[in-house]
Design a protein around this ligand. Structure first.
Ligand code: CP
Ligand code: NVA
Length: 338
């Protein structure tokens, strides 16, 4: 029996049911165990994978590369400045060409429309490595991390504190709603999620029983949270907006005082998709310190280095998650029928 995902693309969480998302999470856990035991799992032997990056990346690029190698496939990195896409060649033409040579395509970039068009015309599975709208491979890793810690997903409370209208907030809201996790988006009103995203999440929550709260009230938002999640205040492509974002988001910084407000620290973890501004050891960090006098942004170094912080486990899980997504959609898996 073939995987039900065979030939499918992975473009947005909303395209999958709760059981399907749980399948990817559990399959990722299985592949993680195989890797730890040194058991080969070359489900993509002989395949060629294109890795398209309009935006920069450490985790996603590394995860796709290592996952492809572990699966026996050959990954090829095609950066924004390396290929004709966007400048001399349309997305449709690029999709047709790459689809005729590669067996699967990863895309990271700005418009969700680009990854959708690639999937429509490539004729091979396309995987969304982040757009302005969604970050779906990140969700499989994040919910794997949550399941590893709590042994469950449904019924837990996740408070996302920060920019409520970026790709991470969108993905957490919708994925949590599908999986039955209670999601609070805690952000200033000016950065509340797009009403269409809220409506979509609410439609899933009706079935899953997930409770969704959008609030600018930190005390209410983080009370009894099992997970506080944050992301950069300024996403890739929005770098001109540092001043206004700092002004809006300073009160939403994840610090020890915010953690105490959960009143739930015996059942609690901190997550961050990374990269994070928690010190001044980057050029951006130094520039922000010079310009705005801020040495930490969305999370303090104390929390980032503290005992609740699981962001590096989460980062490793990106690889296992991406491997599961590629293997399930492109691999020849043997799935016995019972
Ligand atoms: N979390 C994440 O997507 O990291 P990169 O931008 O480094 O890929
Ligand atoms: N919201 C961030 C996520 C990075 C993984 C960005 O888009 O830059």
């Amino acid at each position: 029996m073939q995987s039900v995902f065979q030939g499918k693309s992975f473009l947005a969480e909303k395209d999958f049911t709760k059981d399907e998302l749980l399948y990817f999470i559990d399959f990722a856990a299985h592949l993680k165990a195989l890797k730890q035991k040194g058991i080969a799992h070359q489900y993509l032997k002989g395949k060629n994978i294109a890795l398209l990056f309009e935006k920069t990346s450490t985790r996603t690029r590394a995860a796709f590369t290592v996952a492809a190698n572990d699966l026996g496939a050959h990954p090829e990195f095609l950066g924004a400045n390396d290929i004709q896409l966007g400048t001399k060649e349309s997305t449709i033409d690029t999709a047709k060409v790459l689809g005729s040579m590669f067996d699967g395509i990863e895309f990271r970039g700005f418009a969700q429309e680009t990854v959708e068009t690639l999937a429509q015309y490539a004729g091979v599975p396309v995987w969304n490595g982040l757009t302005d709208l969604w970050h779906p491979t990140q969700m499989i890793a994040d919910f794997l991390t949550i399941k590893e810690h709590f042994g469950k997903i449904a019924g837990l409370n996740l408070a996302y504190c920060g920019d409520g209208r970026n790709n991470m907030a969108n993905s957490l809201l919708v994925t949590g709603a599908i999986l039955g996790l209670n999601v609070r988006i805690v952000s200033p009103k000016a950065l509340f999620p797009n009403p269409e995203i809220i409506a979509l999440a609410k439609s899933f929550a009706k079935t899953s029983g997930s409770e969704l709260v959008i609030t600018d009230d930190i005390d209410q938002g983080v009370l009894k949270a099992n997970i506080i999640y944050t992301d950069v205040w300024v996403s890739m492509g929005e770098e001109s907006q540092f001043a206004e974002r700092i002004e809006l988001l300073k009160p939403y910084q994840v610090n020890q005082a915010m953690l105490e407000k959960t009143q739930n620290l015996d059942q609690f973890i901190f997550l961050h998709c990374l990269p994070a501004f928690h010190d001044t050891q980057t050029t951006y960090g130094q520039k922000i310190a010079e310009l705005y006098g801020l040495t930490e942004m969305e999370v303090t170094d104390e929390v980032f280095q503290g005992k609740y912080a699981k962001q590096f486990q989460q980062a490793e899980n990106r690889m296992h998650a991406i491997k599961a997504i590629m293997a399930a959609t492109l691999g020849n898996l043997f799935i016995p029928k019972v």
